[in-house]
Design a binder for this molecule. Structure first.
Ligand code: APR
Length: 228
């Protein structure tokens, strides 16, 4: 029998136990920064060095981090389910844990792209510097979807979500759109779960698993057995 399609929308909370800070918890990333100063096209025009510094630090943090038990549990679920991860995270911890279908809605910190031509993308594991130019002669910028920018993969993500047999939301505050709207694309009546150490508000009927992601994913694995 074909495996059931399990779609998982993840956010910063799933990488928190790997030591990567979330955005909106009390020790969150935006605490020390204004979003407008580092994560918008305006910020890039005004002070590209500050923006590069911010993301260069993020890249170093990601390279130093390891996947945690929540990432590996999701990878292990591929034995029984057709797992599709839609992540808002820019880290590569799902990849390193072994998941094979991962869509990065908000870009990837280990890639950079031409500031002029968004199709000129290449990998980067060191700092990006001013003066580092893409093949089209334009400055390289982080391959990140900033606030106020369109989210190029949102339609693909909506399509994936609309064909889910089971939906899981994990470690996201569900405040940033359009990502937060994705759960409304899931068909009515399919099993839905939300794993978060503090369950965010949603008007969708969804089974809460209120726990840190590493523990919550273990509970989820047990609960999913009924759908095999
Ligand atoms: N286990 C499970 N959940 C956790 C944990 C943990 N150890 N730690 C924090 N959380 C939860 C918080 O309760 C919160 O609901 O993770 C969520 C983190 O929310 P945000 O910081 O808002 O992160 P996220 O939802 O991924 O942000 C969305 O906003 O800033 C932008 O582009 C950025 O992709 C990001 C987007």
């Amino acid at each position: 029998m074909a495996k059931k399609k399990l779609v998982v929308l993840t956010g910063a909370g799933i990488s928190a136990e790997s030591g990567l800070r979330t955005f909106r918890d009390s020790d969150g990333l935006w605490e020390g920064y204004n979003i407008e100063d580092v994560a918008t096209p305006r910020a890039w025009r005004k002070d590209p060095q500050l923006v590069l510094d911010f993301y260069n630090y993020r890249r170093r943090d990601v390279l130093a981090a390891q996947p945690n038990a929540a990432h590996t549990a999701l990878a292990a679920l591929e034995q029984d389910f057709d797992v599709h991860i839609i992540t808002q995270n820019i880290d590569d911890l799902h990849e390193r844990a072994g998941s094979t279908h991962i869509l990065h809605l908000h870009g990837e910190i280990l890639k950079m792209r031409s500031e002029r031509d968004e199709t000129l993308v290449t990998g980067i594991t060191t700092d990006i510097t001013l003066g580092q130019l893409a093949p089209d002669g334009a400055q390289y910028r982080p391959h990140i979807v900033w606030f106020e920018e369109p989210v190029p993969l949102i339609e693909e993500a909506a399509e994936i979500t609309s064909t889910a047999d089971i939906l899981v939301i994990a470690g996201t505050s569900l405040v940033v759109y359009p990502a937060a709207g994705l759960l409304h694309y899931a068909r009515k009546g399919i099993p839905k779960f939300i794993v978060d150490k503090k369950i965010p508000h949603t008007n969708v009927v969804i089974t809460p698993i209120e726990a840190p992601a590493t523990e919550g994913m273990q509970q989820l694995q047990v609960m999913l057995k009924q759908y095999l």
